[in-house]
Ligand binder design. Structure first.
Ligand SMILES: NC(=[NH2+])NCCC[C@H](N)C(=O)O
Ligand SMILES: [Mn+2]
Ligand SMILES: [Mn+2]
Length: 311
């Protein structure tokens, strides 16, 4: 197993959701033993503490539903820059914080990939596609918008920072999707995002769906960012999140995805988002998320035969 230099960065953003508590997410992941689990697997770990947002400026938008635009923009500015820098230093693991933070990670890591000349891919594990623009969001919760922003959909100019390298929507694969607003549905299809909803998982299984995507990434010599929203998981195993949607990924499906990602060796950065410790039950959601990261980083039940059939 190749050991990595894991860099943990807390991003206690919570203004992108409709409720409080995600600001405790980074602390939840730390208390659940994330650093120790990575070290046990032979990785080096550096915890850079929590990020601070950039200074806020007043921003008004004609869509009156939008909540906390100046706050989310300030976090995006700081995190886009931090992600760009961390992308050159090791394997960044971003401890959220709500999913609004992906506006910063996607733009920063994509910019880094563009500089290396390799195409940038995203695996989006979530109940939601988070594909609203500032104009289309109905709830006004900006954690529903990061993918639209990072792919360069119109309407973010003048509010969010300009994108150095917009993400190609055709390089995004979403798995676990089961709550899509009408405006998002049309836009996702038009943009060419690969969306594997729960029905696709039921019909085909997560294994073949993920394998096909990983093959594309490998053949393109791509850089892969993984964004894991707690609500990707079924609420029965992961209650510590504000936006639970029934019928989510099972414990076994989630671990299989992580193990396949590990075997592919393709993932270079990771978001862990939407953990709300205030809604959790004795840390079980945080602990499950840490176990999933461990699977992604090499923990396995048994050694598996290599392709040559030795080990
Ligand atoms: N990151 C999330 N949990 N996003 C949920 C978004 C839900 C809904 N589409 C909205 O815009 O409000
Ligand atoms: Mn999300
Ligand atoms: Mn979600």
């Amino acid at each position: 197993m190749t050991s990595k230099h894991c860099i943990l960065l807390g991003v206690p953003l919570q203004e992108g959701t409709g409720r409080l508590g995600c600001d405790m997410g980074p602390g939840g992941f730390r208390a659940a033993g994330l650093a120790g689990a990575l070290q046990e697997l032979g990785h080096s770990v550096e915890d850079r503490g929590n990020l601070a947002p950039a200074p806020q400026r007043p921003l008004g938008h004609p869509n009156q539903a939008i909540k906390h635009l100046p706050e989310v923009v300030a976090w995006t500015e700081a995190l886009a820059e931090a992600s760009y820098r961390l992308g050159a230093e090791g394997m960044p693991i971003i401890l959220g914080g709500d999913h609004g933070l992906a506006a910063g990670t996607l733009s920063g890591f994509s910019r880094r990939a563009a500089e290396t000349g390799r195409p940038f891919f995203v695996l989006w594990l979530d109940a939601h596609p988070d594909f609203h623009t500032l104009d289309s969001t109905v709830s006004g919760n900006l954690h529903g918008c990061p993918v639209a922003y990072a792919t360069g959909r119109p309407g973010f100019e003048g509010y969010f920072p300009p994108l150095a390298a917009p993400v190609n929507p055709e390089n995004i694969c979403m798995i676990g999707i089961r709550s899509v607003d009408p405006a998002e549905r049309t836009a996702l299809t038009a943009a060419g995002v690969t969306v594997h909803d729960m029905r696709a998982i039921d019909e085909h299984g997560v294994g073949p769906l993920l394998q096909a995507f990983l093959k594309r990434v490998a053949e393109a010599n791509g850089v892969l960012h993984v964004s894991l929203d707690v609500d990707f998981l079924d609420p029965g195993i992961a209650p510590g999140v504000g936006t639970t949607v029934p019928g989510g990924a099972t414990f076994r499906e989630a671990h299989l995805i992580m193990e396949m990602l590990h075997d592919s060796g393709l993932a270079t950065s990771l978001d862990l988002v939407e953990l709300n410790p205030f809604l959790d039950e004795r840390g079980r959601t945080a602990l499950l998320m840490v176990d999933l990261v461990a699977s992604l980083m090499g923990r396995r039940v048994m050694d598996r035969p290599t392709r040559a059939g030795t080990a």
